[in-house]
Ligand binder design. Structure first.
Ligand code: G
Ligand code: G
Ligand code: NA
Ligand code: MN
Length: 254
């Protein structure tokens, strides 16, 4: 149970930290991108996972301020890592309230790019289908603005939300992230295999790039590679890691 007051204090005292999970391209076997994932280093509780504190941050609206911090920190980390790994990219997550507070989100992005000098294409914004459903038509304008800054957009947890082919056609998303719940049972589960094959076929026809999430076993990897899924994210390759550990991972991964 997390108190709002503790979260306000966490923001003041800079107790939030970013972890970074590598995403690997199957064709080159190289790390192409990192996903920034927030954690809370609470003084007594230790490392608190986002499932426990994102909901109260979202309910209270404090997520807007935390989200601004995430974007700034993530861009700074990427800037630093690109001195050694110039092609590396980074994705970050945004929630409904952040999306509704368009000005804060856009100014955070503008400031992050101007402070670091990163090109927009170095960053990718992950949104979910359910976020799109909740924000409605107002979200489309924001997505166009973000895409106009050069950022890429990925549809996260793909297949779990209110999937609408109309959205898919309309929004400027380049990438679909196949949700881990469909990856879990691969390749044995007939249902999971059918769902994943349907997603792959649709993505091909729409010209979307695919990332599979939650890949933990070699058999899952082989199945996804066989279908031509471009990128893989999961514990099989790497867990979300603190900055210094991800730097070591990037140096040694082959
Ligand atoms: O890292 P982990 O798998 O525990 O993340 C759990 C959830 O928290 C995921 O749904 C993820 O998208 C979300 N999350 C992680 N970091 C952030 C963040 O910086 N902002 C938002 N809005 N959600 C995040
Ligand atoms: O909702 P979103 O896709 O942003 O959440 C990403 C979450 O998935 C992170 O919290 C991350 O820790 C988790 N994750 C990443 N790879 C794996 C994996 O291989 N297995 C499991 N169980 N979780 C994973
Ligand atoms: Na995500
Ligand atoms: Mn996801």
């Amino acid at each position: 149970f997390v108190l709002l007051r503790d979260l306000e204090r966490a923001l003041e005292r800079q107790e939030f930290v970013l972890y970074f999970q590598p995403r690997i391209a199957l064709s080159s076997r190289k790390v192409t991108s990192l996903e920034a994932l927030i954690r809370w280093q609470a003084p007594e509780k230790g490392l608190v996972p986002p499932g426990e504190f994102i909901p109260p941050l979202e309910d209270s609206g404090l997520i807007v301020e935390v989200g601004r911090w995430v974007i700034r920190e993530a861009a700074r980390a990427l800037k630093e890592l690109r001195e050694e790994f110039p092609e590396l990219r980074l994705s970050f997550n945004v929630s409904v309230k952040q999306f509704l507070d368009q000005e804060v989100l856009l100014s955070a992005l503008r400031e992050a790019l101007s402070e670091t000098g990163l090109p927009g294409q170095a960053l990718e914004m992950e949104i979910t289908e359910s976020l799109l459903f909740k924000v409605g038509a107002s979200g489309e304008g924001l997505l166009e603005e973000v895409a106009g800054m050069g950022l890429e957009i990925a549809l996260d947890d793909f297949g779990t939300g209110y999937s609408s082919f109309a959205y898919l056609k309309k929004i400027p998303a380049r990438t679909l992230k196949i949700d881990y719940s469909f990856v879990k049972g691969l390749p044995e589960s007939r249902e999971d295999a059918e769902v994943v094959m349907a997603i792959v076929s649709m993505a091909r026809n729409l010209g979307k790039r695919l990332v599979a999430e939650g890949v933990e076993r070699k058999e899952q990897l082989a199945f996804l590679a066989g279908l031509g899924v471009e990128e893989i994210q999961g514990f099989l390759f790497a867990r979300p890691l603190p900055l210094e550990e991800v730097r070591l991972f990037l140096r040694t991964f082959d």
